[in-house]
Design a binder for this molecule. Structure first.
Ligand code: EPU
Length: 294
């Protein structure tokens, strides 16, 4: 098995790699394989092997919205590097590889005087992850500025799909876990640089004031709109509640913080306690926003 991906150019293989190092929660066991893929050809060849051998796989972005189990992942974790981290810009059209960091996209848009993505500032993570989960903030979502997505599916076909052919909703899309977003295209607007800068500073300020620091995966639950998960959990008196080193943030109740040595099972127990309490006191079922890998 050691030689599984050997011979593919543009690919690095890591065996039994600790996933905690790749996630913002700093939690997770080891991946049987973690591969860093640098171009489309290498990704295609790797997928071909994965499919032929019927291996589990998942694509991991910056690991900022995911919880891996303590036993790890018995399959192949794919990370997009190289050409997948490139941004190509033609006037107001931005073409981003799936592995591009959101912050790099926001920065390039700002520097070239194109706006419409300021709300993304401060969201950690990659374009691929953001599009799949329809990331957003301040009432806006990434699907608002998206024009098309290129994916490689489990059938190994590479397809470009128009925005209108994808269903997006609050923090979700119908892009499946088996599909890998290799590229996404956005249409932005020319806006005065000063206006962009002001908006960015305003959003960053709000984030700094409301959101906690520390190891977390951002908002843990989706807002049961029009209500707010943070407020509901807060009203149930759960701020500061701990299971092991997993704690409901004292600053924002929808953040679960790893104080250092939290395990996935601690987080999952805390999640259950929160869900049960909010259900009992408020009659509302909270649904995780973070992807929980089984
Ligand atoms: N609130 C409380 N107690 C708390 C936390 C919040 O009463 O402990 C109240 C706030 O006062 C406010 C309301 O709940 O009235 C909503 O809170 P906040 O404005 O912080 O926004 P949010 O709905 O919790 C959403 C996104 C964030 C995004 C902010 C941008 C979701 C699940 N979360 O948070 O996204 O940054 O808006 O304003 O949609 C993420 O997805 O990971 C994320 C951080």
């Amino acid at each position: 098995m050691r030689t599984l991906f050997n011979g593919i150019k543009g690919l690095k293989v890591f065996k039994n790699e600790p996933l905690s190092a790749y996630t913002s929660l700093r939690i997770g066991g080891r991946a049987r394989y973690l591969i860093k893929v640098y171009d489309e050809q290498a990704l295609w060849e790797a997928m071909e092997i994965i499919k032929r051998r019927h291996l589990n796989y998942l694509v991991l972005g910056k690991g900022t919205n995911i919880l891996f189990p303590d036993r790890g992942f018995d399959g192949v974790v794919i990370k997009l590097h190289g050409t997948f981290q490139r941004i190509e810009q033609k006037y107001n059209i931005f073409s981003c590889g799936g592995g591009v960091l959101i912050k790099d996209f926001v920065k390039q848009a700002q520097n070239s005087g194109y706006g419409g993505v300021e709300f993304l500032v401060g969201i950690p993570g990659t374009i691929g992850g953001a599009v799949k989960g329809n990331a957003g903030a301040f009432g806006k979502a990434i699907s608002d500025v998206l024009t098309s997505v290129t994916i490689i599916g489990p059938d190994l076909r590479i397809r470009k799909i128009k925005r209108n052919e994808i269903n997006f909703d609050y923090r979700k899309s119908d892009i499946s876990d088996e599909e890998i977003i290799i590229n996404a295209e956005f249409k932005l607007k020319k806006i005065k640089k000063q206006i962009i800068e002001n908006k960015i500073n305003e959003y960053l300020k709000i984030r700094r004031e409301k959101q906690p620091r520390g190891f977390s995966a951002g908002s843990f639950f989706k807002n049961p709109r029009p209500l707010s998960a943070g407020r509901l959990i807060d009203e149930c008196g759960l701020k500061g509640l701990r299971v092991g080193d997993a704690m409901v943030s004292k600053k924002h109740a929808n953040f679960i913080i790893n104080l250092g040595r939290a395990r996935a099972r601690d987080v999952l127990r805390l999640v259950k306690i929160i869900q049960n309490k909010v259900k009992a006191l408020k009659g509302i079922e909270l649904e995780p926003e973070v992807r929980i890998v089984k």
